[in-house]
Design a protein around this ligand. Structure first.
Ligand code: GTP
Ligand code: ZN
Length: 452
């Protein structure tokens, strides 16, 4: 049996280094403190502590795999970056990075062993117990002592874990409030996050229920469907937005603007939930999407472009350096274009061609062999059609945008516009569910002039 470390035995923490630390979120002062337990912790202080009250504060437990490597088994890395950003946005606060907390205090090696137990079916709590270890060995005496040394008297704590607030209180730091630090869950950490809520009493780490849009982030677990991996291809979720008259894009390709902000947040949360997001080259050329997660705190998936002839331009946003990109081409694609894309940071792989573009079964087999278990397909029309034809879709999520266009990529309807800006906007939504059908009612905006 392992016992919790002894609490700081009265000796005040000693500040052993202090230096400016510029980050993508702003410049923090990194102040290292050595405590009576022998640990060295890092206080990342933003702005002035001032009178030490109501300070936005994060106690971040060390997690090498999540924080540094971006492991999708947990939410730590996203939480750390979200906390740094929140503190910087506030202009004042502290992120305390607590060493010795790795694996909830059991250390890196035992955490990795606990992951092996989880792969064999245990949840995060039982995995520790199976190894004969405590469920949570973390001590917050050091954290409280360092906050005191910084002159902090009361905090607004960024955490989903009420036990952290209780511990600070016990050690003499007032906690004015607990501010949730939820993330858009990935399918690979969803079960872990749910265990934290159910068995460890954490506040809902997966974000608000989808019905509470525009809460941020939103929990899209139910929309994404089952988590169980398939053997020979990824589980495929098809997601697209269409206008009420069934157009998914206009000729000018400004489809991005048909959805409202709340819907786009849901779309980003769906990306954060999957291993990869896939579009066709046409969509890249017309819409130039970045395909990363930006509107909710979450990890960006691998971006996959089906691009038979390697038409993706080197300036395309899918090549931005904030996520990985895989471009799949057909046999005979131009080697010079291929070299250019590889130099631009993308991975290019060849797959067999079929009568209409790349063979869907070959694409999906390749993705699965690369470890892609969940795939979000975002369009465009041709990719969606070929995926459905190949019977390779497990779930479809369609969002209806409050607009009538009359013209889409392939059709000209009664309104006949080709620009989203000229579409008829609709407002005052009402929704009726009738069996598996969804009935939507809207007012036309602006309303036609009323008769006197
Ligand atoms: N033993 C063990 N530790 C884990 C596991 N997953 C993450 N951790 C560790 O858990 C610690 C983070 O604790 P969490 O329970 O995720 O969250 P928390 O810090 O209590 O609460 P928040 O403030 O909301 O982040 C880090 O030190 C991680 O290394 C796991 O499956 N087993
Ligand atoms: Zn972690």
């Amino acid at each position: 049996m392992v016992h919790p470390p002894l609490q700081a035995g009265g000796a005040a923490p000693r500040e052993v280094a202090s230096v400016a630390l510029p980050t993508p979120y702003g410049q923090f002062q990194a102040r290292a403190f050595e405590t009576a337990t022998g640990h060295v912790h890092l206080a990342l202080v933003f702005g002035s502590v001032g009178d030490g009250t109501s300070l936005l504060t994060r106690l971040h437990s060390e997690c090498l795999t999540g924080d540094a490597i971006g492991s999708l088994r947990c939410d730590c890395g996203v939480q750390l970056r979200t906390a740094l950003r929140a503190v910087a946005a506030e202009g004042r606060g502290v992120v305390l990075y607590l060493n010795g907390h790795e694996g909830r205090g059991i250390g890196l090696v035992d955490k990795l062993r606990a992951y092996v137990e989880q792969d064999a079916g245990a949840d995060t709590v039982d995995a520790n117990l199976r190894l004969g270890l405590h469920v949570d060995l973390r001590d917050y005496g050091d954290a409280a002592a360092i906050l005191s040394a910084l002159g902090v008297a009361s905090v607004r704590l960024l955490s989903n874990n009420p036990a952290k607030a209780d511990a600070l209180l016990r050690h003499g730091i007032a906690v004015e409030s607990l501010r949730s630090l939820s993330t858009a869950a990935h399918r690979r950490n969803r079960a872990y996050l749910e265990t934290k809520q159910v068995r460890l009493g954490h506040r809902r780490p997966t974000g608000e229920q989808l019905t509470e849009v525009p809460g941020t982030p939103v929990d899209v677990g139910a929309l994404l469907g089952p988590l169980r991996p398939l053997a020979d291809r990824p589980r495929v979720v098809l997601k697209y937005a269409q206008t009420l008259d069934g157009r998914i894009a206009t000729r000018t390709g400004d489809a991005r603007w048909i959805s409202g902000e709340a819907e786009r947040r849901v779309a980003h949360a769906m990306r954060a939930g999957c291993d990869a997001v896939l579009v066709g080259a046409r969509t890249v050329l017309q819409d130039d999407p970045q395909l990363t997660v930006r509107m909710v705190p979450g990890a960006s998936p691998l971006r996959v472009v089906l691009d038979t002839r390697l038409r993706t331009p080197l300036s395309a946003k899918v090549l931005s350096d904030d996520a990985a990109t895989l471009i799949l081409c057909g046999p005979g694609a131009d080697p010079a274009r291929r070299r250019g894309l590889v130099a631009g940071g993308a991975t290019v792989r060849e797959v067999a061609g079929g009568p209409s573009g790349l063979r869907v079964d070959a694409v999906l087999r390749l993705l699965r062999s690369l470890g892609v278990v969940s795939l979000l397909v975002e369009g465009g029309g041709r990719v969606i059609t070929s995926m459905l034809r190949a019977a390779a879709v497990d779930r479809v999520v369609v969002s209806l945008a409050p607009m009538i266009l009359g013209a889409g990529v392939d059709a000209v309807g009664p309104l006949g516009t080709t620009r989203v800006a000229d579409g008829v906007r609709l407002v005052n939504r009402s929704v009726y569910l009738a069996g598996d059908d969804v009935l939507l009612g809207y007012d036309v905006h602006p309303a036609p002039a009323e008769l006197p």
